[in-house]
Design a protein around this ligand. Structure first.
Ligand code: PMP
Ligand code: GLN
Length: 388
């Protein structure tokens, strides 16, 4: 996926171009249906969009306050209380960021000394190894094993060393669509407490859970004081290009993250901040309807992929389904993703992009289903061409 670059510092070699940019460019170049990069093909709630337009028209166009607009910070605190019973002081325990990506990178840079270790579950979102490499830290991984994507708690215990600083947990999980169970969260919490580790939680898919509700790791015993929770508006409100995210947690940890964040972007998206506050204050009906609509799209794609011969791991949450292409005779998902645009005009993302380079070929491919039903139907019709 990437060649050596003569000007790039050694610790970032191999990071190249992100798989999402690469696959979206391929979709564009070949006129394929893009089920690769996770972005919806329709806009989010009109009242949220209108709030952004109104903000631009009424002069919310200069730098917002460094930690984010007071109204958005209040809305994030209200949201955490309403959905999870977590009480936060919006002035000191909420920080607005340029999406979850900046939040995660700022947290890793703020908390890891060079040589420290960060534990994440594998497969992992592509910005994690990059953030860890930027900090000069090391990523240690604990495998999630298909079909249930469960992990062996002993492997987590063994992954901790005297250099471990952070456990980075993404639940609901990209790319598998796994929701970590209460027992799994307890096992992670136990290790964090016993070894005095900080948890960094990536909860961007918190509202895209198909059965039941998201459970934040910070709600487990002993975790509130050691968890930095990250989320963003992109997925919840279908405005992925707005890049408004936030961090919540104890003041001393947030202060560290804010110090770094100031020098990455300082601030971003002034008129989008009040609009996201409007979104966070929408009624419960919005959040449940969004998850249910997505669930129907999951089912639609899952049925089509199965009919085409893929063995689908049905996701419990997120925008994504992992599908095993080995029943179709493919052992390497990278090869399949390169061929699919030509063979059937559909783009997906190889699961290999979420594993270390040394992991070797995987027959798994990730499909995004956050698309209009007619687009999914057409994709499924095209994917049937892969058979035979
Ligand atoms: N974490 C995960 C697991 C993601 O899938 C994404 C993509 N939305 C992000 C972080 C980045 O979120 P944002 O666009 O808010 O930076
Ligand atoms: N989170 C999106 C995905 O997993 C991609 C966002 C990006 O392109 N950085 O598809």
């Amino acid at each position: 996926m990437s060649r050596a670059q003569p000007h790039l510092v050694a610790r970032l070699q191999g990071l190249g171009t992100t798989i999402f940019a690469e696959m979206s460019a391929l979709a564009e170049a070949t006129g394929s249906i893009n089920l690769g990069q996770g972005f919806p093909d329709t806009d989010g709630p009109p009242e949220v969009a209108e709030a952004a337009v109104a903000a631009i028209r009424t002069g919310v166009n200069q730098y917002p306050p460094g930690p984010g607009s007071a109204d958005l910070r209040a809305a994030v605190a209200e949201h955490q209380l309403r959905f999870y019973g977590i009480e936060l002081d919006p002035a000191s325990q909420v920080l607005v960021t340029a999406g979850a990506t900046e939040a995660i990178t700022a947290a890793v840079l703020a908390l890891c000394e060079v040589g420290d270790e960060v534990i994440a579950f594998e497969p992992f979102y592509d910005s994690y190894p990059a953030a860890v490499a930027l900090a000069g830290a090391q990523l240690r991984t604990v495998p999630l094993e298909p079909p249930g994507w469960s992990f062996d708690p002993e492997r987590l215990v063994r992954a901790v060393s005297s250099r471990t600083r952070l456990v980075l947990l993404n639940s609901p999980h990209n790319p598998t669509g796994k929701v970590f169970s209460p027992a799994e969260l307890d096992a992670i919490a136990e290790v964090c407490v016993a070894r005095d580790l900080i948890a960094l939680t990536d909860e961007v898919y918190e509202h895209l859970v198909f059965d039941g509700h998201h459970l934040p790791l910070s709600s487990r015993p002993g975790m509130a004081e050691r968890t930095i929770a990250v989320s963003s508006a992109g997925k919840t409100f279908s405005f992925t290009g707005w890049k408004i995210g936030w961090v919540t947690g104890p003041e001393p940890l947030l202060n560290a993250v804010r110090t770094v964040k100031q020098f990455l972007t300082y601030v971003n998206g002034a008129p989008f901040q009040p609009a996201v506050a409007t979104g966070l204050r929408l009624g419960d009906g919005y959040f449940s309807a969004a998850a249910q609509a997505l669930r129907q799209r999951r089912d639609r794609l899952e049925a089509g992929l199965s009919a085409s011969g893929f063995a689908v791991h049905v996701p419990a949450a997120t925008y994504f389904a992992m599908a095993d292409a080995s029943p179709l005779g493919y052992r390497d998902g990278v090869l399949l993703c390169q061929e699919m645009p030509k063979r059937c005009g559909v783009v997906a993302v190889p699961a290999a992009a979420f594993y270390p380079a040394a992991a070797g070929p995987s027959p798994l491919v990730r499909f995004a289903f956050c698309k209009r039903p007619e687009v999914l139907d057409e994709a499924v019709r095209r994917l049937a061409l892969l058979v035979g």
